[in-house]
Design a protein around this ligand. Structure first.
Ligand SMILES: [Zn+2]
Length: 352
């Protein structure tokens, strides 16, 4: 990332940039830092000039945002959700796609950037910069742009406007059209590590920090959402499912599976991913040695759970949860794969 800022310092910054990272990496934060530099009166992101103050509040008139949203707003553009977006990002500087989805819809709706939003952008960019300096357009999750809108975006990228910088911020670069990727200067982010977690949760008890980083690392954005809203962590749901798998009573497994299958698919995927993290880390970090039960995230007996992960079963657990995740991606029947996974976990816990 130093290279990105150096490119700007040397006036070599391309007009279209693609900043990308996997889950938990911080491409949005980096895009904001770059925007601060581009819009700062002294080009340094000084933090004290009027422009910097406005960028900090995400209110600079020449800092435009586009992001996926649900249809049904007044204008059919991202502007309908700008207020929510600002407050979500100010509250959680590591905002991740899943937290954003939770913020604006409780249903299993696919968030999108529709054609109308790209037209909206074209119109905004056809006006001159409000402050007469640089303009920045951050497009968060361009992978969610509707196919029909992609060509319009391509046109926007291909025809640079004076003093206008487009920053695409992607969490799934492989879902982007190659034609779009090839026209942007690519910058990749590094995954966040435990020290980012410790830094962010510096004032929280050590146990909470450990639990959050165990379940969510490297996804700090998800950890922040979970910390602010324990309801959304699915920790209790996870604990309940693990207890059921451990016991292995068929009628209980069936009812647990029915309950899980009634959730939005994205939530199930998130749950599986977190379970995978938790069990792997719980086992490898040998949490038996840490004290338990007193977390801010509801009741979960880390000790009991991790002691259920016997060495022989650890590899099986990883394997069955990973293939469950793949099945869900491939749209295989949710109940079938969850049932199969529950029994596989039961055997793994018992080490047979
Ligand atoms: Zn400044």
């Amino acid at each position: 990332m130093d290279q990105l800022f150096a490119a700007h310092g040397g006036k070599k910054l391309h007009h279209a940039n693609l900043i990308y990272g996997g889950a938990g990496e911080d491409p949005l934060g980096i895009a904001l830092r770059l925007s601060a530099i581009l819009l700062c009166k002294t080009n340094t992101a000084c933090g004290t000039c009027r422009s910097c103050k406005r960028v900090e509040k995400l209110e600079h008139p020449d800092l435009n945002f586009t992001f996926p949203f649900v249809s049904g707003g007044n204008t059919g553009t991202a502007d309908d959700f700008l207020k929510e977006f600002r407050s979500a990002l100010l509250k959680n500087p590591f905002l991740d796609p899943d937290s954003w989805q939770r913020q604006i819809t409780s249903k299993n709706q696919q968030l999108q950037i529709p054609v109308k939003e790209i037209q909206n952008l074209q119109q905004k960019l056809s006006l001159t910069a409000a402050e007469g300096g640089n303009r920045v357009l951050i497009i968060w999750m361009p992978e969610q742009i509707k196919a029909a809108a992609s060509n319009k975006l391509l046109k926007l990228i291909e025809e640079p406007l004076p003093n206008t910088f487009i920053i695409l911020v992607s969490h799934r670069k492989n879902k982007l059209l190659p034609t779009i990727v090839s026209r942007c200067a690519p910058w990749s982010c590094k995954p966040l590590n435990e020290s980012s977690f410790n830094q962010h949760f510096a004032n929280s008890p050590g146990q909470t920090k450990r639990l959050l980083s165990m379940v969510f690392a490297p996804n700090l954005g998800a950890a922040i959402t979970a910390y602010d809203d324990p309801e959304s962590t699915q920790i209790d749901r996870f604990a309940e499912w693990m207890r059921t798998c451990y016991k292995g009573v068929p009628v209980e497994i069936t009812s647990a599976v029915n309950e899980l299958a009634s959730l939005p698919k994205e939530s199930v995927k998130t749950l599986i991913l977190r379970s995978l993290h938790f069990l792997e880390r719980g086992f490898y970090h040998n949490v038996q040695n840490t004290s338990t039960n007193a977390t801010d995230l509801g009741e979960i007996n880390v000790q009991k759970l991790s002691s259920a992960v016997v060495p022989k079963g650890a590899a099986d657990i990883t394997q069955s949860l990973s293939s469950c995740l793949l099945d869900l991606e491939r749209n295989i029947h949710v109940k079938t794969t969850l049932t199969h996974t529950s029994y596989a976990l039961h055997s793994a816990f018992r080490g047979n």
